[in-house]
Write a protein that binds this ligand. Structure first.
Ligand SMILES: [Zn+2]
Length: 64
């Protein structure tokens, strides 16, 4: 199951939301989610339009 990534509003870098789902599941998600950011340590809210499903397992490593 791929990870869901979003952009950290503090560092402007891609971070994992700690959730895993398929793109089709993300597409129908309507609620706002919270997660503790591995990039800056703060809790962020994210919404479907701000997130995407990881396509390449190396994506996070490359971006951070
Ligand atoms: Zn952050």
């Amino acid at each position: 199951m791929p990870r869901v990534l979003t952009t950290c509003p503090r560092t402007d870098e891609a971070v994992s939301t700690c959730l895993r789902m398929q793109e089709a599941e993300l597409a129908v998600m309507t609620e706002t989610r919270m997660f503790r950011c591995a990039g800056c340590g703060h809790v962020h809210e994210w919404f479907r339009s701000e997130a995407w499903v990881e396509r390449d397992p190396a994506e996070l490593a490359r971006l951070t």
